[in-house]
Design a protein around this ligand. Sequence first.
Ligand SMILES: Nc1ncnc2c1ncn2[C@@H]1O[C@H](COP(=O)(O)OP(=O)(O)OP(=O)(O)O)[C@@H](O)[C@H]1O
Length: 272
Amino acid sequence: MAPAPAVELVDVTAGYGAVPVLERLSLRVEAGELVGVVGPSGAGKTTLLRLLTGDADRHHGEVRLFGEPVGRRPPRRVGVVPQLGTIDWDFPLRVREAVLLGLVPRTRRVPWFARDERQRVDTLLERLGIGELGDRFIRELSGGQQQRVLLARALVREADLLLLDEPTSGVDLATRHDVLHLIGELNAEGIAVLLTTHDLNWVATHLPRIVCFASGVVADGPPGSVLTSETLMLTYGAPMRVVRDGGTVVVVDEEPLLEARSPAVPPTRPLG
Ligand SMILES: Nc1ncnc2c1ncn2[C@@H]1O[C@H](COP(=O)(O)OP(=O)(O)OP(=O)(O)O)[C@@H](O)[C@H]1O
């Protein structure tokens, strides 16, 4: 029998309270797949991830993770990385504790961790290249280090599915490269990844599958077929140019911020 899909949404309408944000949405992510969701701000990308963790209200349709209906608590096999900016990094917590908290179901009041759980955290920190930071306070970390801590916290649940909300925002280019490389490695180990991003050109070159999203799915497939000016217009409501160079797709903003001008010629004055 084929394995159950990691994510399965069937004709879902959902939002916050009675207000719908996602409408008539169907989406399927297979176990082990790597999928990027792109779309304008407010399109509902975060809400989609929140729906999968039981944090948004489902009005209609079915939501299943690995074949099981989503309840109020995310299943153990799912690791979640929220946007960096939504975390209170000033909270007095050390890196090792922050990662251990990934093991705590939401209702458990006083966490008490076993030695093998602490060992697992240390192994993960090493693996993610932050082994020496275990005793540091999370407020002392750079954006890239914070992103790795969040990944460790998600992975400590021995996740088979990672839900990553804009994993590359708020970090510099080199860190972005490292984080994306890490995501690729985790996926190569068989972990399914569903991520949101605003970085169209990164998804165009690195992800096998893109979902263009605006309250529902506008287009879904490999970047070469999904990223067209027409699809991007439907998704973003703004003109974008798509340049193809062999197998590479590059998305260019159609409207330059500044008009190109001929260089100003200084007025000349005769000598003397
Ligand atoms: N907790 C909440 N309660 C009520 N409405 C919310 C809540 N969170 C988000 N919304 C609304 O849901 C809509 C979709 O927001 P969401 O954060 O899912 O969009 P997004 O595509 O992730 O945007 P961005 O790219 O800016 O992160 C917006 O209109 C937003 O105002």
